[in-house]
Design a protein around this ligand. Sequence first.
Ligand code: GRF
Length: 211
Amino acid sequence: MKNIVILISGRGSNMQAIVDAGVPARLAAVISNRGDAEGLTWAGGRGIATDVVDHKAFPSREAFDDALAARIDAESPDLVILAGFMRVLTEKFVRHYDGRLLNIHPSLLPSFPGLHTHRQAIGAGVKVHGCTVHFVTPALDHGPIVIQSAVPVLTDDDEDSLAARVLAQEHKIYPKAVRWFLEGNLVIVQGSVRVKGGSQSQFVMCNPGVS
Ligand code: GRF
């Protein structure tokens, strides 16, 4: 059975969705850069090993990433899952996990990288927004796209209502992407991710009006 490690910084609802989906792997550890991350309590309560590598305890981003990588590698993971892990990672770290590091970003990349994506989407006046699971590459919020889900932006949306609609989709597509990876079904051809067999849809269109 493959080993996975999940990195979180806060609530951990994507981690919960992946755990609850019963993906075919051993969850070796949930690691956070913040000791007060709510998701650690949830994971600990389910008997999942948890640990904290506090970024504030290190003098530089490089030193933190080296320590984090050492902690992760102690679990010999086949896949490292960023699930609301709110740290910019160094190129060295990202390259070390090349092809086995997934992230979820709350926008339809390449639109709206970075923070406050729902605010960005409302500000831009887009009518469709969503979320993306992608392989991580050194450029922030870039990398080969595994699956996307699109949701409508409704006229009376604010940041919170739009975030909630997107988050519900995050919880659907992240477990699916993780399962594809673990079953060895993801291939990257010229920077584009394909699912072997080709019968699986790599996009979801949330119905207009559905929250
Ligand atoms: C999610 O919206 C994720 O896409 C973003 O941060 C949020 C984390 O939520 N990167 P959670 O910790 O998974 O509940």
